[in-house]
Write a protein that binds this ligand. Sequence first.
Ligand code: AHM
Ligand code: MG
Length: 335
Amino acid sequence: MAKQYQTLGEFIIDNQADFPYSSGELSRLINSIRLAAKVVNHEVNKAGLVDIIGAYGETNIQGEDQQKLDVYANQKFIQTLTNREIVCGIASEENDDFITIAGCNNDHKNKYVVLMDPLDGSSNIDVNVSVGTIFSVYRRVTPIGTPATKEDFLQPGNKQVAAGYIIYGTSTMLVYTTGHGVNGFTLNPALGSWYLSHPDMKFPENGRIYSINEGNYVHFPEGVKKYIKYCQEEEEDRPYTSRYIGSMVSDIHRNMIKGGIFIYPKSSKAFNGKLRLLYECNPMAYIIEQAGGKASDGFSRIMDIQPAELHQRAPFFAGSKNMVEKAEEFMKKFQ
Ligand code: AHM
Ligand code: MG
């Protein structure tokens, strides 16, 4: 049960009982993520000082190479999860292949794998616009005691046991689900504590915001073109408002609070769209569904897609249930 003004630490302890057979591993995993998120947040907040303290990619005053923030975030999340030996494997949008973690006794005893996009929307960093981290957790399917394999990562989204995002925005928030609804925590940077600011988040069933990169209009499928025109028509509660940050975490976070739809469709240039099924679509879909929203590829549920590759892409239609269903109607009609 969510209590307002609780810290994330208290919340994790209070809710551990939600997992009857849990050995506390999942709680420790969320704890590691909140720690890495604070470290990354600190660095993201300094991004505007690059002209003063040296640009990323250059050598800093101590003679160390400065890293790009997405590389930095990738390393921090991997280090934190690896050092604490909580997971048996990690796959990241930033790495070509997955990493296996043996544990200090080389016993491969951990049961979870994590998939992540360490810094999504990173092209927004240079212009002081919100970015995010996305993570997804699965129970391994291979036997405990053996090294994790690709099979452990190539699971459909409906097998996720937890997923979340961190949004580095006007304030920094961690929003996550373990299959018992969605809760949002805001970081108090002075104290370094996360407070439950958004208990039991709900995606409004209807909305008036549509988020899509309309610059690609000519390349969109007919159903998407027609749906955009529908959003712009003068009718009852329409035209809708167009809002596109270009940072999916921020676009979806706003839509989850205000009601709206986010679309990254396939196009004549990119047959499966741009977003990665495992690192971006599935975790966001799990959060959205847990909040009462809907996520699909335009025709069917995102979380039921059986992935074939780690870096597979998928078209993504996500947000307020009734808006996604309306967009799907157009997709079907103009197939
Ligand atoms: P990234 O993982 O390289 O940052 O790309 C993902 C981002 C999403 O956050 C965002 O919705 C999308 O790319 C924007 O792409 P576009 O500029 O094509 O509209
Ligand atoms: Mg990304």
